[in-house]
Design a protein around this ligand. Sequence first.
Ligand SMILES: [Zn+2]
Ligand SMILES: [Zn+2]
Length: 227
Amino acid sequence: MDLQRLLDWVLPPRCGGCRRLGGWLCPRCLRAIRRLEEPLCPRCGRQLAFRHDWCSCRRRMPHLARLRAAAAYEAPLSAAIHRFKYNGWRALARPLATLLTARLAVDGLPASQLVAVPLHNARQRQRGYNQSEELARALRARLGLPAPPGRLLRTRDTPPQVGLDRLRRRDNVAGAFAWSGPHGGGEPVLLIDDVVTTGATLEACAAALKLAGFGRISGITLARVSL
Ligand SMILES: [Zn+2]
Ligand SMILES: [Zn+2]
C-alpha cells in the first residue's frame, strides 16, 4: 500500500466539495452539482439555447464523434476536482466516477475500451498519479470492464491550456499524443478526462487513436467549463 492509500485509509473521509467530515462527496454537495441537461449539441455536448441550434464543433473536432460532460464546472464540483487533481485527494476518484456512470446511464456506453487522457511524465511524477487514469480505473471497476491493451502517451510536454484561446489551445496540443499498444482493429473507444473546455485535448487524443486504427471515438468528462 502506498502512503497516499494508507492516509486515505487512516484519515476520516471529508467531502471534496465542502470539507465536511463523513464522506468523500456529501449529500448536500451532490445535490448542488448542476448536471448538464438537454438540449445539448449531439456532437460536442455544449448546452444549447434551443434544440437544433447550430454548433461549429464538427470543424473543430473532426475525430471526436461525441463528447459529454456530467456537470457544469462550478462549485462545489470545481472544488472537489481541484482537490482531486492538485491536493492529492485521490480517494475522490470513486465518488466522482459515479457522476460519469450517471451520465452514461442517460447516454449509453459507447465503447468497452475506456482510455484516459494522459499527463506528461514529468507532471505525473510530480503529482504522483494521473487523475484521468484514476477516474478511468474507477469507472472500469464500476462497469466490470477490463483495462485497455495499451495507453495513450503524451509525446511532448505542453504548457497548461489555462489562459489560451480556442485556436492556441488547439495548436498547443495538436500532435502531442500517441497510442502505445496493439493496432486498434476498428474498436470504438471512450476517452476519459476530468474537465473539458474547448475539447482540444480530447480531439488531439482522438486523432492519435484514429491513427492507431481505432473506430468511433467518444469522450466523457466530469465537468464542462462554459466559455
Ligand atoms: Zn460537501
Ligand atoms: Zn457542438
